[in-house]
Design a protein around this ligand. Structure first.
Ligand SMILES: [Zn+2]
Ligand SMILES: [Zn+2]
Length: 272
């Protein structure tokens, strides 16, 4: 199948190829790192280059710029963000995106994964007694840290994974602040989520329209209302999955398979 080229260009930094290669390999795709391409121009996690767009726009721009840099017509890129959860703002959500773009076939396929299982935390010198708990909770070691001197508001070190290095910095800069390093190679929980986004992407790349074989034949929207298991009235939960081809607009509407009616606890009539 020459639907996708191999090797396939990956525009990313921070050793993401090591994470992503095992996901693409079963599909016969080898990833090619975009050597020399500076992805940091598209925003970094420590605030030195502010990101202006959402991650979906950023990942597309990064992918196109990487393809142009390498002179390729097809490519992949990955991008993630951390922020407050939309409806539970005291929780941090990590959203990871991957995109595959093929300029010749006019394809743009996105994989996405979100998780609340994140390692995004800070601690400063005023709570120094909590340091051992903080380090244990964030799995310090595999999880890297960023060290800031609050006196000069300066980042002094990133990617700290070593206790000695951390202790030396704390001694030298008594008004310290540390936070978990969010870069992919320093953040094992983020790595897990990047892999999930890559699995979503490879599935979409290999789910073809039954009519015209265009990839990414996927759920475009949900519709209908499941009825309540007790009172049989319609609930706010969806009943159908609507698949639609972006090329020929062929459509399939399927009854969802995970449940046939809704639990009364989600029914506005039974549990207002
Ligand atoms: Zn189609
Ligand atoms: Zn009900």
């Amino acid at each position: 199948m020459d639907m996708y080229p191999s090797p396939l260009l990956l525009s990313s930094k921070h050793q993401k190829e090591g994470l992503l290669q095992p996901v693409f390999e079963p599909f016969g795709l080898n990833l090619l790192v975009n050597e020399g391409f500076d992805t940091d121009a598209y925003g970094t996690f420590c605030g030195s280059v502010p990101r202006t767009e959402g991650p979906k726009t950023t990942v597309k721009e990064k992918c196109l710029a990487g393809m142009s840099f390498a002179g390729k017509r097809q490519g992949l890129a990955s991008e993630g963000s951390f922020g407050p959860h939309a409806s539970l703002p005291f929780l941090t959500i990590n959203e990871e995106w991957l995109v595959y773009i093929d300029l010749d076939r006019n394809l743009e396929i996105y994989g996405r994964s979100t998780t609340l299982e994140v390692c995004h935390a800070q601690l400063d010198y005023q709570d120094a007694e909590q340091l051992p708990t903080f380090l244990a909770n964030c799995s310090f070691g595999p999880q890297g840290l960023v060290f800031k001197d609050t006196e000069n508001a300066q980042v002094l070190a990133k990617g700290i994974q070593d206790q000695d290095q951390l202790e030396k910095l704390i001694l030298a800069f008594p008004k310290w602040e540390i936070e978990t390093d969010l870069r992919a190679h320093m953040n094992p929980l983020r790595q897990k989520n990047i892999i999930a986004a890559a699995q979503d992407l490879t599935e979409r790349m290999h789910r073809y329209c039954p009519q015209c074989a265009q990839p990414d034949f996927s759920v475009q929207k949900v519709s209908g209302n499941l009825t309540c298991g007790w009172c049989q009235r319609p609930t706010e939960s969806y009943q159908y999955l609507e698949y639609k081809c972006s090329a020929c607009h062929y459509q399939v509407i399927e009854q969802r398979k995970d449940k046939y009616n809704e639990d009364p606890q989600y029914c506005n009539n039974c549990n207002p």
